[in-house]
Design a protein. Structure first.
Length: 254
């Protein structure tokens, strides 16, 4: 899918969109998709090199926006980011929480820091970033919060108890927040990708990829653009009456 072929969705142009984990894979596609819609996109990365990559990519494509450094697990880093956005008079009314990590291990062997790092980065970050974003959204009386969870949060996966717990927690968090802020015309939804072609899956052996494909009724791994197109829809005015929902994009896997 070419994201430039999506057409123009109402209500996205000129809005400030904050996308965490925006330097590669699904996050990069989301930044591109929102850029195509005319949003002013702020993509975050954990390093200055990653942030610069986002800035250059947006500039080369002729889109508005920039990359900024953010450690989603660190409260001080989140506070610093939002202070910089305030100085630039940028108030995000579209938020995509995409940043995440894995620290896979069987539970019997899992170290405490492997559990803590995944929960902090993938789940606790939602508390920090959503809370920091809500004041501006409430004042504007509009907002779109889209949290990228995973099929693993719905069906589980051996060796990923930490990741599955975090991703399942994102769904419960989103459904609860959706009820809190719906009266202010702020929607909160989650997207649960299945197996998507990213840097992570590219490292798999060909035999492993083929095994994965046999589990997917559609017979293929998804593309980052499959996820980005759904984000664009949920960010638009067309999705204004959808909130508290989880959209599964997994080729029929679950």
């Amino acid at each position: 899918m070419n994201l430039s072929e999506l057409g123009v969705w109402p209500g996205i142009k000129d809005r400030v969109a904050l996308v965490t984990g925006g330097s590669r894979g699904i996050g990069q596609a989301i930044v591109e998709g929102l850029g195509h819609q005319g949003a002013n996109v702020i993509g975050t990365a954990t390093s200055s090199e990653g942030a610069e990559k986002i800035t250059k990519s947006l500039g080369h494509a002729g889109f508005k926006g920039m990359g900024m450094v953010l450690d989603v697990s660190n409260s001080e880093s989140v506070e610093t980011l939002f202070l910089k956005l305030k100085e630039l008079n940028l108030v995000p009314t579209i938020l995509v929480n995409n940043a995440g990590i894995t620290r896979d291990n069987l539970l019997m062997r899992m170290k405490e820091d492997e559990w803590d790092e995944v929960i902090s980065t993938n789940l606790s970050s939602l508390y920090k970033i959503c809370k920091a974003s809500l004041r501006g959204m409430m004042k504007a009386r509009t907002g779109r919060i889209i949290n990228i969870t995973s099929v693993v949060g719905l069906i589980g996966n051996p060796g990923q108890a930490n990741y599955a717990a975090a991703k399942a927690g994102m769904i419960g968090f989103s459904r609860s927040l959706a009820k809190e802020v719906a009266s202010r015309q702020i929607t909160v939804n989650t997207i649960a990708p299945g197996y998507i072609t990213t840097d992570m899956t590219s490292e798999l052996e060909e035999s492993q990829k083929k095994m994965l494909q046999t589990q997917i009724p559609s017979g293929r791994l998804g593309n980052p653009a499959d996820i980005a197109s759904a984000v664009v829809f949920l960010a638009s005015d067309a999705a204004g009456y959808i909130t508290g929902e989880t959209i599964s994009i997994n080729g029929g896997l679950a």
